[in-house]
Design a binder for this molecule. Structure first.
Ligand code: PLP
Length: 378
């Protein structure tokens, strides 16, 4: 077996990985090195020009009024919840078909996550399940754009409006996605992004952002990320240290202009998968016009056997996101709570390689291997 390092690119005899985040940086290596040199030449590493410029550029990309860059997606969720007024004792309705950080953020601000099931088609929050879960303690709604497919924000916002509730969108997987031409990040009272290295827009370390059109909410997040300080460095509320740093902002500024090209390459790969997998005994992800395919996850029986066969027989690595609903993690366990669609998808979802640097030119081979493996595992 080959031991070639990732940055040299895929090797056809080796295991085809699900993703290789390093390759994206390799493509922009010169520009990234120049950006890093610029930060060192300036000698300012926290809350300087790069962070301010990235915030402005990402706001322009999204067509949002305010972007506040923070230290991670989890911090973005926490700060946004606090700025929306969520407080200890409150309940926040969210999904269990997500990364555990979504629910952790709710608990970290002292509130309680209430998990509802997802729609089997979008795999995102089911608006009717949301409505049924709203109670006297509900303070906010936290949908997640799973795998880059936008949640049904029109229906969710409609429920929120009727009940007078705030909506925070977890857009950690949906950079650049849209509904009717409007980008995710602009479809809720506040939205949280992550720039973890594997995300569609990823830094070379941790990062995140809160996006909103509400100036007061943005101001509040600016204070929360910086010790609760006002403009004159007086702590006027409890805050912490939760900033994106200049080096990460400089790197994100190199990658942001390439995001739309990344997305169109992913959409082209998704279209190829649809063509090659058409008629196979599996469920395809929703063909949503505004989806950005952070993952391309099929749903199938015998997922684990198929996955094993793909790896050993075809040398193709695949991913499972997420095997356990958050309500099935020990810390978040809710005895008696059954979320049947979430739990079924947890058993059935299989993410196929969709990162362009890995999957371009290989979709028909992967799709054929999937079909052959399903046949063999019946
Ligand atoms: C990645 C992710 C997060 C957490 O982001 P971090 O930057 O790792 O803190 C939250 N929610 C979802 C849906 C994610 O995919």
């Amino acid at each position: 077996m080959s031991s070639r390092p990732d940055h040299q690119g895929p090797d056809r005899d080796a295991l085809m990985p699900l993703a290789l985040p390093g390759l994206r940086f390799a493509e922009h290596r010169t520009a990234i090195e120049q950006a890093i040199a610029r930060v060192f030449a300036r000698g300012k590493f926290i809350l300087g020009e790069e962070v301010a410029a990235f915030e402005a550029e990402f706001a322009q990309y999204l067509d949002a009024r305010h972007v506040v860059a923070v230290g991670s997606g989890t911090q973005a969720l926490c700060f946004a919840l606090l700025a929306l007024g969520v407080k200890p004792g409150d309940e926040v309705v969210t999904v269990a078909m997500t990364f555990a950080a979504t629910a952790a953020a709710i608990e970290l601000v002292g509130a309680r996550p209430v998990f509802v099931d997802v729609d089997p088609v979008t795999r995102c929050m089911h608006p009717r399940a949301l409505e049924a879960a709203i109670g006297l303690a509900t303070a906010a709604i936290l949908p997640v754009d799973l795998h880059g497919c936008p949640a049904d924000m029109d229906a969710i916002n409609d429920v929120a409006r009727r009940h007078g509730l705030a909506v925070l969108a977890d857009c950690a997987q949906s950079h650049g996605a849209s509904i009717g031409g409007r980008r995710t990040g602009t479809l809720a009272d506040a939205s949280a992004f992550s720039f973890y290295p594997t995300k569609l827009l990823g830094a070379a370390g941790d990062g995140g952002a809160v996006v909103t059109n509400d100036a007061a909410l943005a101001e509040r997040v600016r204070r929360l990320r910086n010790y609760g300080f006002d403009d004159t460095a007086r702590a006027i509320e409890l805050g912490t240290n939760g900033r994106l740093d200049e080096l990460q902002a400089a790197i994100l500024r190199v990658l942001l202009p390439d995001l739309d090209r990344q997305i169109s390459r992913r959409r082209a790969l998704a279209a190829q998968y649809r063509e090659h997998l058409n008629g196979a005994p599996l469920e395809l992800p929703l063909a949503h016009d505004g989806a950005v395919y952070y993952q391309f996850a099929i749903a199938l029986d015998q997922r684990d056997q198929v996955r094993q066969r793909l790896r050993t027989r075809h040398r193709i690595d695949t991913g499972v996101h997420f095997e356990l609903g958050v309500h099935q993690h020990p810390h978040f366990a809710r005895p008696g709570l059954v979320l049947s669609v979430t739990e079924r998808l947890g058993r059935q979802l299989l993410s196929l390689p969709i990162q362009p640097e890995v999957a371009e030119g290989r979709v028909s081979e992967i799709a054929e291997a999937v079909i052959e493996s399903i046949r063999e595992c019946r």
